[in-house]
Design a protein around this ligand. Structure first.
Ligand SMILES: Cc1ncc(COP(=O)(O)O)c(C=O)c1O
Length: 404
């Protein structure tokens, strides 16, 4: 079905705060792999809400779950139990081997909660130690604590005073972690694959060594799996891909498949919250929990995860061939979270041309493209995306070529 052009769109200039650069198109409808703008143009969407729409846009099972729950119970109160949140906590703990869950709405909120949990644990078990070792180029969210935990270049300067308590090590460099250890340390926190940094994976050896280091020194290991969790790497949780189990795990994005829900899961020894330590008006609200149950039902199937791995391999092979054809750089990532180094700062231009060709892409860095298709992508969709990328590259190269 073609979307009809909308006659009632707000005129420019609009009244949204200017938080980021956006293209002029206004998007009005999504279905599976596809997004439509208000002019009726269709785009193959490899942003998928920033690795959020695990099952694509508006998947029917998610829509059905939302409709059913919307007619039953929306928000009883975070101070009352509701069935979907109890069921979701049970399901996530059973699947991950964790002991308890807390639900929030965003990844930043889940990470902030993990930080609080670690600080509380430090007060109880490490004589008040509260410093968390995090990583250069890491990304944990945009509230004040998670900005301080992040290692995004330039963020130290924003919104002073900066929240103290986060020392920065380098990914895949155990000596840089060791050098920061002190009696103040309480935890090490990282993304198993740094997503916003341009899909930079930790090595299995590094994560195993970190686990051993944390055990040796009595520290908690926290994995931020807001981007890598919920099937994105081809396993239900990223930690399963690496064979390293954290003490605390955070989830977001794909957990709701397009609706805002996030989670903190913790092993029994790290479950130290008492009444009053944590909360939130929408914490574990049944509408989002019911949606997440529908998404997890689908993602948790072994055949589904095998599909993610197969399409991930198809994408990797396609990107390797594309890179070889044009003399570009490294292809990195796992499952359906991939990046391609372009060798020059032309990623924004490629993204622009790709949009013209009908493909939505992300420039994670000026020199690097990131690919986040829906997890249930078909063989044909991956092939089409690669074709559109080729067309975008050629158009970009033609524009960039000097006239003679
Ligand atoms: C690894 C990671 N952690 C945390 C966040 C923040 O999540 P949210 O934007 O839902 O607060 C993101 C968002 O991109 C992320 O990739």
């Amino acid at each position: 079905m073609q979307a009809q052009p909308h006659s009632s769109l707000p005129t420019q200039p609009h009244r949204l705060m200017p938080i980021t650069e956006r293209p002029a198109e206004v998007f009005v409808r999504g279905d599976g792999a596809w997004l439509w703008d208000a002019a009726g143009r269709r785009y193959l969407d490899w942003l998928q809400g920033w690795a959020v729409n695990a099952l694509g846009h508006c998947p029917p099972q998610l829509a059905r779950a939302l409709q059913a729950q919307a007619g039953l119970l929306l928000t009883p109160s975070p101070a009352l139990y509701n069935l979907p949140s109890l069921q979701l906590a049970e399901r996530l703990c059973a699947a991950s081997g964790m002991h308890q869950a807390f639900f929030g709405s965003t990844g930043a909120e889940a990470n902030e909660c993990a930080i609080k949990l670690a600080r509380k644990w430090g007060r109880l078990h490490r004589a008040g130690a509260a410093e968390i070792i995090t990583f250069e180029n890491g990304f944990h969210g945009r509230n004040l604590a998670t900005m301080a935990a992040s290692g995004k270049p330039g963020w130290d300067e924003l919104f002073p005073p900066r929240m103290p308590g986060f020392a920065k090590a380098r990914l895949n460099d155990l000596a840089s972690v060791r050098a920061l250890l002190s009696e103040r340390s309480v935890a090490v926190m990282l993304e198993p694959v740094q997503g916003e940094a341009g899909v930079r994976p930790a090595t299995r050896e590094f994560l195993q060594a970190l686990r051993a280091l944390c055990d040796e020194h009595g520290l908690l290991l926290i994995f931020d799996e807001v981007q890598t969790g919920c099937g994105r790497l081809g396993q239900l949780f990223g930690f399963q891909h690496f064979g390293v189990t954290p003490d605390i795990l955070t989830l977001g994005k794909g957990l709701g498949g397009g609706v805002p829900i996030s989670a903190v899961l913790a092993q029994a020894h790290a479950c130290v919250f008492q009444h009053g330590d944590q909360g939130g008006t929408y914490a574990g609200n049944p509408l989002m929990a019911a949606a997440s149950l529908a998404v997890m039902e689908e993602i948790g199937r072994p055949e589904f995860l095998a599909g993610v791995r197969a399409r991930g391999e198809q994408l990797r092979q396609g990107l390797l061939a594309f890179s070889a054809r044009h003399g570009l750089g490294e292809v990195r990532g796992e499952g359906l979270l991939m990046a391609l180094e372009l060798g020059s700062d032309c990623a924004a231009a490629v993204v622009r041309e790709a949009r013209q060709q009908g493909l939505l892409l992300n420039a994670a860095r000026p020199h690097c493209l990131r690919f986040m298709p829906r997890l249930n992508s078909s063989v044909e969709e991956i092939a089409l995306g690669l074709e559109l990328l080729e067309a975008a590259w050629q158009a970009q190269a033609a524009t960039a070529a000097p006239l003679n």
